[in-house]
Structures are given as structure tokens and as C-alpha cells.
Design a protein around this ligand. Structure first.
Ligand SMILES: Nc1ncnc2c1ncn2[C@@H]1O[C@H](COP(=O)(O)OP(=O)(O)O)[C@@H](O)[C@H]1O
Ligand SMILES: [Mg+2]
Length: 318
């Protein structure tokens, strides 16, 4: 089979390596002008308020939402090829919270970007909701670690409403939906502030609200709490769990914290060193809290799998 290598932009970035439709640095989006939110876009069919978010009474489904089969991803640089992911195979159910963990540089972000459709694997298959020709789309909304993923010149509510306008929602409906998700993420009082008037934790909440407002089938989160102080991080982990239970959105969450993975995850997929393979998959749903002996066993197992000497993987930090 012909070997394909991840398409690379100038400067080594893979083609399509942006935050998608809401990328602050994406000139194609900026080109539509900061007033898009305010511009009339013709009459649009009025949709209901986010029914999926407002209700947790959807029928359960065991069907697979995401599957990766022997995924291999490399980056072609000018004089060399970086083999990031050697062979990743795992599945994820609808409504599941799957934590991807592994040492720095093992390809966690690379895999997340491939699921988002920003980069194309050179081998193997990624299937999402029955499709394998993945391009970025609102069914997979991405939240990154960086605080600067918001548009600095837009207010909080405009930041949340903007991708909705881009994806065709009528102005009043976009605003209504944005208000709903700002309420859900505890940001209603900050709706008219600009990002520079927010704490790091609030900025990440806005990014989460913006992603949720698209009502994606899956949230893709790349160390979203990695830059937060310990207390804010724990608080946001709790809030994310509550939101995930309420909206039933599937969460593909990259972290290098064992404790974060245990706190948030239904299952934990552990990657090894690059070119990475899946070392183990741990189901943590049946475990009790940190005092459950099985919890401690699993924690130790994860430490062993990851290499307890790696300082990035202390697992004691949150
Ligand atoms: N745009 C890129 N161009 C070239 N190499 C890259 C690029 N992005 C990531 N890499 C390399 O791919 C490997 C995996 O990176 P990444 O997916 O960011 O790891 P992780 O998120 O697990 O820390 C690393 O060796 C990294 O240097
Ligand atoms: Mg990363």
C-alpha cells in the first residue's frame, strides 16, 4: 500500500492544523469580518433550543462512535520524517469519556488532530460515526490548552455565538443558544466581557461553552486544563463531568496526568513512546474513589505503563 505522510504546511505544521471554523488565526475566517455576528444572513429556519443539551433522556446506544484501526502518522520535515504514531487501534462508544494518556511527544495531540480532521494519517483508518473521509466539522468540536483560542476583540457571548453563525444559525438563535451554554458553564454574568477581562479558568470555560454550543457528537479536548492552577483545574474537572453527564457529549480527552485521567475518564488509553502504540486500555468505570484498593492498583499500573521516572507523568499533580 502506498505510504502517505501527514500533509505539512510550511514551517512543519500539518495541513489543516487550525482550530477549525473558530480559529482566531484562520485568515479565511477572519476574512469574513468581525461583524459577521451582527450581519443579517437571510431568513433561517428557527430551530429549537438545544434539545440535546437540555435533556439527558436520549436513549442509550452502545454503538461505536469512533474507531481507529492501525493508524500511523508521521510528519515530513525538510530533511527527515518524524514518526509520531506507529500503530493506534482503539474504539470509543457514543457518550463515552475516553482519556488518552502518554509521555510528551508520543503523539496524543497528533491523534486528536487526526480525529478532528486537521491531519490525515499515512496509514490505517479513522472512522467517525460511520465515515472515514474526515474533514473538520462541527460534529467534533475542539478545545485546546492555550488561553488565546478566543477572539480577543469579541465579547464572551460573541465568541460563543460566532461559530454558530458560521455554521448557518440565524443571529437571534445563535445568541439564544450561546446564552444557554454560558449559563451551563457558569459564565452568564461575564457574557459582555472581553477575553482580556477573564481569568484563565473563565477563558477555558468560554472555549468549552463555544464547543458545546455546536452540539457536537464529540468534544475533542487537548490538555484543556493543563495551564490552570491546581484548584481551578479540579473545579473545572468537576464541572466538565457534570456537563458531560447532562449533555451526554462524548469526550476524547488528552492529558498527561494520571489523576486527571482517573478522575474524568470512563476508559484510559495509554500510549507508549513514539512511534507510539497502544500499550494498554484501562476501564475505570467500576472503580470507587481514591481509597478503593482497586483504584490504587490501577493507578500503580498506569504509573508502571507510563514509566514512573518520567517527570511529566508525576500523576501526583492535578
Ligand atoms: N507540526 C509538526 N511538525 C513536525 N513534527 C511534529 C509536528 N507536530 C508534532 N510533531 C512531532 O510529532 C511527535 C508527536 O507530537 P505530539 O502529537 O504533539 O505529542 P504529544 O501531544 O503526545 O506531546 C513529536 O515528536 C513532535 O515533535
Ligand atoms: Mg500534546
Amino acid at each position: 500500500m502506498a505510504s502517505r505522510v501527514a500533509r505539512i504546511k510550511k514551517g512543519g505544521a500539518p495541513v489543516g492544523d487550525t482550530t477549525g471554523a473558530d480559529a482566531p488565526g484562520d485568515p479565511s475566517i477572519e476574512g469574513t469580518g468581525p461583524d459577521l455576528l451582527l450581519s443579517a444572513n437571510g431568513p433561517q429556519p428557527q430551530r429549537d433550543l438545544p434539545a440535546r443539551a437540555a435533556s439527558n433522556s436520549l436513549p442509550d446506544s452502545d454503538s461505536t462512535l469512533l474507531s481507529l484501526e492501525h493508524v500511523r502518522i508521521s510528519y515530513r520535515l525538510r530533511r527527515s520524517v518524524v514518526e509520531a504514531v506507529g500503530d493506534a487501534t482503539f474504539q470509543m462508544d457514543r457518550h463515552e469519556r475516553l482519556m488518552l494518556i502518554g509521555p510528551s511527544g508520543c503523539g496524543k495531540s497528533t491523534l486528536l488532530k487526526a480525529v478532528a480532521g486537521f491531519i490525515e494519517p499515512e496509514g490505517g483508518t479513522i472512522r467517525f460515526d460511520g465515515r472515514s473521509d474526515l474533514t473538520p466539522g462541527p460534529d467534533r468540536a475542539v478545545v485546546f490548552q492555550e488561553f488565546d483560542q478566543l477572539f480577543p476583540w469579541r465579547t464572551v457571548i460573541e465568541n460563543v455565538a460566532y461559530p454558530l453563525r458560521v455554521t448557518g444559525h440565524e443571529r437571534a438563535e445563535a445568541r439564544q443558544r450561546a446564552e444557554f451554554f454560558l449559563e451551563m458553564t457558569g459564565l452568564a454574568a461575564a457574557a459582555d466581557r472581553h477575553p482580556h477581562e477573564l481569568s484563565g479558568g473563565m477563558k477555558q470555560r468560554v472555549a468549552i461553552a463555544r464547543a458545546l454550543a455546536l452540539e457536537p457528537a464529540m468534544l475533542l479536548m487537548d490538555e484543556p486544563f493543563g495551564s490552570l492552577d491546581a484548584i481551578t483545574r479540579v473545579r473545572l474537572q468537576g464541572e466538565l463531568k457534570r456537563i458531560a453527564d447532562r449533555t451526554r457529549v462524548a469526550i476524547f480527552f488528552v492529558t498527561h496526568s494520571i489523576l486527571e485521567a482517573l478522575t474524568l475518564g470512563d476508559r484510559i488509553v495509554v500510549l507508549g513512546s513514539p512511534p507510539s502504540h497502544v500499550r494498554t486500555v484501562v476501564d475505570v468505570r467500576e472503580l470507587g474513589g481514591p481509597t478503593d484498593p482497586r483504584y490504587i492498583e490501577v493507578q500503580q499500573h498506569l504509573h508502571e505503563q507510563l514509566g514512573a521516572t518520567d517527570k511529566d507523568l508525576s500523576g501526583v499533580e492535578l
